[in-house]
Design a protein around this ligand. Structure first.
Ligand SMILES: NC(=O)c1ccc[n+]([C@@H]2O[C@H](COP(=O)([O-])OP(=O)(O)OC[C@H]3O[C@@H](n4cnc5c(N)ncnc54)[C@H](O)[C@@H]3O)[C@@H](O)[C@H]2O)c1
Length: 300
C-alpha cells in the first residue's frame, strides 16, 4: 500500500537524533524521499560530526527508503540554502520542510550570557527562518508545500529558559506569518509543540508529567506534510504520547475606550474593566522555587 507521503521530497533538520530522527524515518516509511539534515552537535550545540546524519540515512536505506545526509548548520543563511537546495538538486522539488534542529543553554535571565542568548535564538529561530525562507521561495513557484515549525509549550513562558522560550515564541509568530503570507500560493505552515523522551527532555529542570516517545510525534508531522491536511494552516498542535491538542489563536479579549488620549490616572480609575489575564506560570514559579530548595525536580 502506498504511504501518505509517496513521492514527496521532504527536508527534516535535526534529523540525526530524537524527534527529528523519528520524523525522518517515519516520512521515509510513508514513501517520502528525505533530506536528513543534522550538524551532529551536543545538546549545547558543540562538537559537530557528520556521522549522526549518515547513520540515519543508512537506517532509512536499510529499511528500503531513500534519503540523503547533509551535516550543515541551519543557523546560517548558506546552511539553510544548501539544505533546501539538496532536495531540489536530487529530486527537482521540495514538498515539505520540518525544522527540528535545536539546542539548550538553560540559565535564569539574570545570569544569562550574551552567547547563551545568541546561540539559542540563532539555532532555533534563525534556523527556522533560513529553511522557511529558502523553501518558501521554491514552494511559491511550485504553488504547493508544507512547512512545519517545532515550538514548545515553553513558548507561553518559561522560568529558567528565557532564551529558549523567546525563540519558541518567535517560531510560532514566524509560522503564523508564513501561513498568512503564503496561503495564496497554496503553501501551508503549522507548528508542533512536542513532548518526548530524548536527551533534551531528560535535562529540563522540571518533572514532566505527561511523556511519550519521539515516534509518537512523527505521525502528526506526516499528516501535516500530507495532502490529507491540505486545508490546515497557521495552527499549533501539542503532540505527546496519544494526545494531540490544538492551541488557540492569540486574540484581544477586553478593551476600554475613550475619545482621545488617556491619562495614567484615568487608566488607573477604569483599569478593572480591562484587568489582567491569569498567568498560571507565575503561580507555578513559587512551587518550582520550593521544590528546588528541597532538591527535587518540580512538576511541569
Ligand atoms: N524533547 C522534548 O520533549 C521537546 C519538547 C519541546 C520541544 N522540543 C523541540 O524538539 C526539537 C528536537 O528536540 P529533541 O528533543 O529531539 O533533541 P535532540 O537534542 O535529540 O535533537 C536535536 C538535533 O538538532 C541537531 N542540531 C542542533 N543544532 C543544529 C544546527 N545548528 N544545525 C543542524 N542541526 C542541529 C542536533 O545535532 C540534534 O541531532 C527541538 O527544537 C526541541 O526544542 C522537544
Amino acid at each position: 500500500m502506498a504511504g501518505v507521503l509517496e513521492g514527496k521530497a521532504i527536508v527534516v533538520t535535526g534529523a540525526g537524533s530524537g524527534i527529528g530522527r523519528a520524523i525522518a524515518i517515519g516520512c521515509a516509511a510513508e514513501g517520502a524521499k528525505v533530506v536528513v539534515a543534522d550538524l551532529g552537535v551536543s545538546l549545547a550545540g558543540e562538537d559537530p560530526t557528520s556521522e549522526v546524519a549518515d547513520a540515519v540515512v543508512k537506517e532509512i536505506g536499510a529499511a528500503g527508503g531513500e534519503a540523503v545526509a547533509i551535516a550543515d548548520d541551519v543557523s546560517t543563511w548558506s546552511g539553510g540554502e544548501h539544505i533546501v537546495q539538496t532536495a531540489v538538486d536530487r529530486w527537482g522539488k521540495i514538498d515539505g520542510a520540518v525544522c527540528v534542529a535545536g539546542i539548550l543553554r538553560e540559565r535564569m535571565l539574570f545570569n544569562m550570557s550574551e552567547d547563551e542568548w545568541d546561540a539559542v535564538i540563532r539555532v532555533h529561530l534563525k534556523g527556522h527562518f533560513t529553511i522557511f525562507r529558502h523553501a518558501a521561495a521554491i514552494m511559491r513557484k511550485q504553488e504547493s508545500g508544507s512547512l512545519i515549525g517545532i515550538t514548545s509549550g515553553a513558548y507561553a513562558g518559561s522560568i529558567a529558559q528565557a532564551n529558549y522560550s523567546a525563540a519558541k515564541g518567535g517560531i510560532v509568530s514566524l509560522t503564523r506569518s508564513a501561513a498568512a503570507g503564503l496561503h495564496r500560493y497554496g503553501v501551508r505552515a503549522n507548528c508542533i509543540a512536542p513532548i518526548a523522551r530524548t536527551r533534551m527532555s531528560a535535562n529540563v529542570p522540571q518533572q514532566i508529567g505527561e511523556m511519550g516517545d519521539p515516534e509518537d510525534v512523527a505521525p502528526m508531522a506526516e499528516f501535516l506534510l500530507s495532502d490529507a491536511s491540505k486545508d490546515v494552516t497557521g495552527q499549533v498542535y501539542t503532540v505527546v504520547a496519544g494526545r494531540i491538542s490544538v492551541w488557540n489563536q492569540p486574540v484581544e479579549v477586553r478593551s476600554i475606550r475613550k475619545e482621545g488620549r488617556w491619562t495614567p490616572e484615568e487608566i488607573a480609575s477604569r483599569f478593572g474593566e480591562v484587568g489582567v489575564e491569569k498567568m498560571g506560570l507565575i503561580e507555578r514559579a513559587e512551587q518550582y522555587r520550593q521544590a528546588a530548595a528541597s532538591g527535587e525536580k518540580p512538576n511541569a
